[in-house]
Design a binder for this molecule. Sequence first.
Ligand SMILES: NC(=O)C1=CN([C@@H]2O[C@H](COP(=O)(O)OP(=O)(O)OC[C@H]3O[C@@H](n4cnc5c(N)ncnc54)[C@H](OP(=O)(O)O)[C@@H]3O)[C@@H](O)[C@H]2O)C=CC1
Ligand SMILES: Nc1nc2c(ncn2[C@@H]2O[C@H](COP(=O)(O)O)[C@@H](O)[C@H]2O)c(=O)[nH]1
Length: 327
Amino acid sequence: MENVFDYEDIQLIPAKCIVGSRAECDTSVELGGRTFKLPVVPANMQTIIDENIARYLAENDYFYIMHRFQPETRLAFVKDMHERGLYASISVGVKEEEYTFVQQLADQHVVPEYVTIDIAHGHSEAVINMIRHIKTHLPDSFVIAGNVGTPEAVRELEHAGADATKVGIGPGKVCITKIKTGFGTGGWQLAALRWCAKAASKPIIADGGIRTHGDIAKSVRFGATMVMIGSLFAGHEESPGDTIEKDGKLYKEYFGSASEYQKGERKNVEGKKMYVEHKGSLAETLLEMEQDLQSSISYAGGKRLDAIRNVDYVVVKNSIFNGDKIY
Ligand SMILES: NC(=O)C1=CN([C@@H]2O[C@H](COP(=O)(O)OP(=O)(O)OC[C@H]3O[C@@H](n4cnc5c(N)ncnc54)[C@H](OP(=O)(O)O)[C@@H]3O)[C@@H](O)[C@H]2O)C=CC1
Ligand SMILES: Nc1nc2c(ncn2[C@@H]2O[C@H](COP(=O)(O)O)[C@@H](O)[C@H]2O)c(=O)[nH]1
């Protein structure tokens, strides 16, 4: 791989503005036959999303993926979303009981609109077999498969029937995969995204490593249709993680899906827990992301998200913060 870089090493180059106001810029994106307000999805992790947040996002035309860590609630969740006239988007693993669950959904004619296969090392026969199982029993569900970090993996999962692939092994804020195993796309996630996107014939979801709103535009530039974000969505009033107080300040927990806090045991741990500062409401963050992305589109010289896909860029190693902080 030549030209390895990450989010902080890239700056996009402005093109002549064609709008009179940033409000004219349209941040919407299509995935699986639906149009969503933003190319952003909160991570399918237990401290990031719960049923209430999922409902809020679906009702307000945002994409969501419910996590898979309370497996017994998933059937009722899909039914409940459908009763409210909302789309259902769930996650599955690859163990034996997950095959039974997919079969159960099919037998009851309960068809989630989106099913995400969520495991650490998605370039595997286990995921390929699960894609085929879902496509056989729930052919109308849009299947997202991951996580992967190479073009070969993207091609194989697409070939097996995946409708989209999720790229990112180890760039996450609470990830310790790169430290524990020596593997991953941590530190060069944006270059890995570009590498994978060149091979993809279907949408890619860039997953992990987003630290600023500008990183969303950079992900789109390098081939993402959607961007999955954990840490920036942790700490909201609505976030499911526990709240603690330290030195008079409020914090919320954010832990990895492969952490001992999620697993309940110290076996194959590849995630950690951290505390993030308590922030305002989820709606405020989504609005700010939309405004920032509208601004990105205007700098790209367009009116729609696609304008960002063609802009020029420079690689300026570790330059972006230049010692500055946002606040
Ligand atoms: N995006 C990322 O970088 C990462 C994300 N995660 C997240 O953590 C959660 C748990 O992931 P995961 O442990 O895969 O889920 P599971 O614990 O459900 O494991 C899925 C299956 O894959 C097997 N498995 C897991 N890792 C490997 C591997 N490296 N090689 C071969 N088989 C493997 C497991 O068996 P066994 O346990 O016996 O090996 C199990 O049968 C998921 O939500 C995942 O997204 C975890 C790590 C990295
Ligand atoms: N290696 C691990 N990766 C994990 C774990 N739990 C979640 N994740 C991945 O992180 C992203 C979110 O990244 P962020 O930088 O936006 O915070 C998430 O979508 C997963 O792909 C874990 O325990 N280990």
